[in-house]
Each structure stands twice: as C-alpha cells, then as structure tokens.
Design a protein around this ligand. Sequence first.
Ligand code: NAI
Length: 287
Amino acid sequence: MAGVEGRVVAITGAGNGLGREYSLTLARSGAKVVVNDLGGARDGSGSGSAAADAVVDEIRAAGGEAVANYDSVASEEGGKAVVQTALDAFGRVDGVVSNAGILRDKAFHKMSAAEWDAVQQVHLYGGFYVVHAAWPHFREQKHGRVVVATSTSGIYGNFGQANYGAAKGGLLGLINTLAIEGAKYNIRANAIAPMAATRMTEDIAPAEVLAKLAPGHVAPVVGYLMTDECEDTGTVIVAGGGQVHRVRQFQTKGVAFAEIPTIEQVADRWAEVVDLDGAVPGTNPVG
Ligand code: NAI
C-alpha cells in the first residue's frame, strides 16, 4: 500500500503522549512530520521547545524526517505557522492531526468563563486554525487528510468536563462538514477518540487499567486514517488498549404527526419517539 510514504503530516501537541506516538509511527512509515508542541503543562500554562525537540531528535535518530514547531495552536497565527513550517521544510502539507489539548476540569457550577474559554481555544479553535490553514493546499492538490482528537467525554459526556466535552463535541461537528466540503477534493476528515495512558490521564484511572493503555495502540489507527488508501470520511473511531470501534449517530423510527400536536399528544407518543428498536444511521434531512 502507498500508506503515508512521502506524505507531509503536521501533528499538533506532538511533544508528549499520543501526539508523540503518532509522530513516531507516521515517521517510521515514511511520512515527513511537523512536530508541533507549545511545551506547556497539562493545564496549558507555560511553554518551551524541549518537548517538540526531543521527538524530532528521536525521529531523526531512527532515520526519519521531522521538523519542530513551537507555536500555540490557540491563535490564527499559530495555526498558520504550523502549516508554514511544513511548507518551508518539506514544500507541501498532506495531512493534519489536530491533537493538542489541555484540561481545566471543574464541575459545571464551579466552572469560570476563563476555564471554559481556555479549553475551547486549544481544542476547538486550535483545530479550526490549523485545518483552516492547510485547507487551501489540500483543495489545490486534491489530497488531504484530517484527523481531529475528540473524546468519549465529547461523545457521551463526563463529570467535570463540560468545557472539554463541548470542545470535543464541536470537533465532531467540524469534521462532519469538512467531510462533505472536502469530498470532491479527495480530502478525508475523521475523528479519533483515544484511550491512552498519558500525563492527561495519569490520575484519572487506576494504574492496572492504565498499564493496558499504551499510546502505541492508538497510533496505527491514526496512521491508517492518514493513508492514501483510507476512504472513510466523517467517521468517528474510539480506540485504546487494542480495541478499535466506530461510533455513529442513529435516528429512531420516531413518530410522524399529520397535524401540529398538543404537548399531551407528544407525551402520549413519547415512548415511540425515543424507542431505539429499528433505529437507522441518521442523515441531515436538509443537507
Ligand atoms: P498530553 O498532555 O500528553 O499531550 C498534549 C500535548 O498538547 C502536550 O504536549 C501539550 O504541550 C500540547 N499542547 C497543549 N496546548 C497546546 C497549544 N496551545 N499548542 C500546541 N500544543 C499544545 O495529552 P494526550 O493524552 O496525549 O492527549 C492528546 C489528545 O488526545 C488531546 O486532544 C486529548 O484531549 C485527547 N484525548 C486523550 C485521551 C487519553 O486517554 N489520553 C482521551 C480522550 C482524548
């Protein structure tokens, strides 16, 4: 298979955890990698070049090609700079993995607007900025691969993660439309909801659970989504510890009211509205 041989892929938040593993795996498979990382702490504070540099050094030592970028994805200039780094170093950009992330967990009633905003800026706006900067190149060359890092917290919710879950859910909305707009340009946009032992998860699961969740299990799945052969688009994959699943939205058979119903008539039919028996994959009726 052509795989990712010679493809130029920019990976954000690639100095640690999953992004580091994605970078190493893609470089091993012949991709040229932009290793972006702001080099901050788990909550997004601080910055530095050491994290990205270490991954670049590791890739080069193994005979691969990589270049570092230290910009924050949480600004339009930062997103553009990530893509420009790919163009300057390798002359093109074929793929973006929007992976950079921070946490500001707090129960919703205690969450400040600043804690909400910081998380949207890195995950949701960060995804937008980097993919938006790469998009004209993808369209022009009629090839592009996008993978955004979502989360089961975005798909299903999680206590203390209203900000994070909203951002991760927003990224699913983003790829749904990118899949449609990119289709005729051979641009595929997919999402990965990883489960892996990293600094982000080190204190939220027991050690024996984390021991089974090496980031290396997720990296080949993201690697596949970056390949020339991957035909999927708008697909959401949950992966971790050797398990790989697709997640999808379904629509129930529901109810068709011939006349505008009363609230009581809606209540009477509610069990049918929500009954999942016979549900089918949902589609946009106005799309
Ligand atoms: P991590 O904390 O090990 O790595 C995230 C990286 O993003 C860090 O190196 C950090 O410096 C970088 N980063 C943060 N803000 C940045 C910014 N503004 N610009 C550039 N880089 C920035 O976390 P992990 O676990 O590797 O997470 C990677 C992605 O996967 C995140 O988007 C996370 O939300 C997502 N995820 C991870 C899960 C897990 O089980 N580890 C579960 C679900 C989602």
